[in-house]
Design a protein around this ligand. Structure first.
Ligand code: GLY
Length: 633
């Protein structure tokens, strides 16, 4: 008896201590200096986490981690699997940006597999014979919109350098999924229905090239519906060919020839001369010469956290960091000063910062392999202070313009030139996919991948089962370059041979000191940037745990003077106030907006516990792996 009491006497305090420490680790802010910290949510693991928009893809990532693979291995297998599961959003006919953090080396690398323009591209490629731009619906569904796909070489490069499994091994789960099929999700069902109902799976104009994709997803015009088994035998064969012959089989030979032939198709227009202009310009040489770029991320500080994000040709990182820094002088998160989550002042400051940053983005950002992007100037403290001074938390700027960051850019030798700007419409697609993986070593991959619009161009390569992107429509549709100092524009995003179109993709890491504490990104065209900003502020300013940060309603403005979008969940009285003087934001009445789909991981104290969050705006799947589940080789 005495012994039992003594045991309980020892066990109970020890258990209580362990439980308290665990609770503390789970619920307390990480590195919470100065009141700021990343809050954790659900119980964490130490063997790795895969957070994706599709549960089956998360399972595939989790299986690779369990078999001892690293985050790069899992990410590459997930990317191929998403081509099968979410064919409307991403795939080997497109490209993307993968950011990798190698924990042991404390190094962060960007694998840029963004599509490139063909050698024959020109700034006026989207103009008809009268120099009028083709409508987005036409140019984005014709061969002229297709960029040279980068995903296959991007994955091969990532695996060669930072993976532990082969390219062929990374393809196996996707081969099985395409060959044996999977149950169609509600989201895929809706996308197929929208696609055949006037979208890119429709073919009112009778060009048989546009029948191929429909025959896979709506055979005989009847769409696959939720829970039906969808098998993609052509895609399975293509993946097998790549597994057998390696990535170059995509860029040369039969697949390359089929890609070139497919992009010669156009959505019909009345004028034959115009039709000629809509034909894709990609050649076999363009495919063979496609190169992945390995880049350094852009960095900036926000309330003591280092934000590390996507560099040009994406505008994502620069714009995310600019927006955050523009808001930094306001006490966001402090409800006593009117800056609580979703308050009038907080939302106004966010929208005003977005307007300023998107005005700069429209002028200065593009592929800096081709144009001088004044990245340092755009993030320079004095430049940011000058721009932020334009924000009044209690009113709205009537009109917002870009400014000139070049005098603040130490890398630039250009003189001061003040600008009068041309307005450019923003027509980036709202599709794409994002996922994030962390492994047991603390390596992290955060990867956004896309074929641009839902179903890309709608052109599926016959017999090969994958869709071609319309990424080149991310270039300016009308050339913007203008050397006139009174109307200056560098044409940063005008199309040019081999150039990559400006992206908004923003895979992002948050570091505290040298340690990554969070990683995430989103699909959603130019709204990607604002989804990342919203989540960052929720984590850092509003001290939400990662799932709450992802779930919270978002606000987004993607141009200097356009209309902001907002999601249901904000206080209607606040929205109404923001519409009235002295604000006057043109917030639409539509409350059904969905902004982005963020998949995130956060890393707990001492790099020990890992937590994932997937976005309910899509389906969302998180697989968490415990260390004891990992089978060592
Ligand atoms: N096509 C969407 C993006 O690159 O941002």
């Amino acid at each position: 008896m005495r012994k039992d009491f003594r045991t309980i006497g020892i066990v109970f305090p020890v258990t209580a201590l362990v439980v308290s420490v665990l609770l503390l680790l789970v619920t307390s802010p990480v590195y919470g200096k100065g009141g700021s910290g990343i809050f954790l949510g659900v119980p964490g693991v130490r063997g790795g986490v895969a957070a994706t928009s599709e549960p089956i893809a998360a399972q595939i990532g989790g299986d690779i981690l369990r078999r001892g693979g690293n985050a790069v291995d899992a990410a590459c297998a997930i990317a191929f699997a998403l081509n099968v599961l979410e064919p409307q959003s991403s795939g080997i006919g497109g490209g993307g940006f993968m950011m990798i953090h190698i924990n042991r080396w404390r190094k962060t690398i960007v694998v840029d597999s963004r599509e490139r323009a063909p050698a024959d591209a020109s700034p006026d490629m989207f103009l008809d014979t009268e120099d009028v731009p083709f409508a987005f619906g036409i140019r984005s569904t014709s061969g002229i919109g297709v960029g040279v796909p980068g995903m296959v070489r991007g994955i091969a490069e990532a695996l060669d350098n930072w993976g532990t499994i082969s390219f062929a091994e990374a393809l196996q789960p996707a081969i099985k999924l395409a060959e044996e099929g999977f149950r169609v999700s509600s989201r895929l069902e809706s996308s197929i229905i929208a696609g055949i109902d006037g979208g890119r799976l429709s073919n009112e104009l009778g060009n048989s090239a546009y029948d191929e994709a429909r025959s896979v997803f709506a055979p005989g015009g009847v769409p696959f519906v939720q829970n039906e088994l969808l098998i993609q035998p052509d895609l399975a064969e293509t993946f097998k060919m790549l597994a057998d012959e390696g990535p170059d089989a995509f860029y040369t030979g039969d697949i390359a020839e089929a890609i070139v032939k497919t992009q010669l198709n156009t959505r019909t227009v009345d004028e034959p001369a115009d039709m000629d202009r809509l034909v894709g310009r990609m050649t076999l040489d363009d495919l063979e010469q496609y190169e992945v770029a390995i880049r350094k991320p852009v960095k900036g500080y926000y309330r003591g956290f280092r934000i590390v994000s996507m560099p040009p040709p994406s505008s994502g990182g620069l714009t995310v960091i600019q927006i955050l820094k523009l808001t930094e002088r306001f006490p966001i998160g402090d409800a006593s000063q009117g800056f609580g989550f979703g308050s009038t002042r907080t939302l106004n400051v966010m929208m005003e910062a977005m307007r300023l940053a998107f005005a700069d983005r429209a002028v200065w950002m593009g592929d800096d392999d081709f144009v001088d992007v004044p990245s340092a100037g755009l993030l320079d403290d004095d430049y940011i202070a000058m721009r932020s001074a334009l924000i009044d938390p209690d009113s709205r700027q009537v009109e917002v313009f870009a400014d000139d960051p070049r005098p603040f850019d130490v890398a630039s030798a250009n003189p001061k030139v003040k600008l009068a700007l041309k307005k450019l419409a923003d027509e980036e697609g709202l599709n794409t996919t994002h996922f994030t993986v962390v492994d047991r070593h603390g390596n992290i991959v955060t990867y956004t991948n896309t074929i641009e619009s839902a179903w890309g161009t709608g052109l599926m390569v016959p017999g090969y089962g994958f869709l071609l992107n319309n990424e080149l429509t991310d270039f300016n549709r009308v050339p913007a370059a203008d050397p006139d100092p009174d109307n200056f524009n560098p044409g940063a995003n005008d199309a040019a041979p081999f150039k990559r179109p400006r992206s908004s993709m923003s895979p992002t890491f948050v570091f505290r000191g040298r340690k990554p504490v969070a990683a995430y990104g989103s699909p959603g065209g130019s709204t990607i940037i604002n989804s990342v900003v919203n989540v960052t502020m929720n984590l850092i300013d509003h001290k939400r745990n990662v799932q709450e940060a992802v779930d919270a309603p978002r606000i987004s403005q993607t141009s200097a003077n356009g209309s902001p979008a907002w999601e249901a969940g904000f206080d209607q009285a606040v929205i109404d106030e923001l519409k009235e003087s002295p604000f006057g934001h043109n917030l639409s009445d539509l409350r059904l907006n969905i902004i982005g789909s963020v998949q995130a991981v956060v890393i707990g104290p001492l790099g020990r516990f890992q937590f994932g969050a997937a976005d309910r705006r899509r389906i969302g799947g998180i697989v968490s792996v415990r260390r004891c589940e990992i089978r060592r080789h």
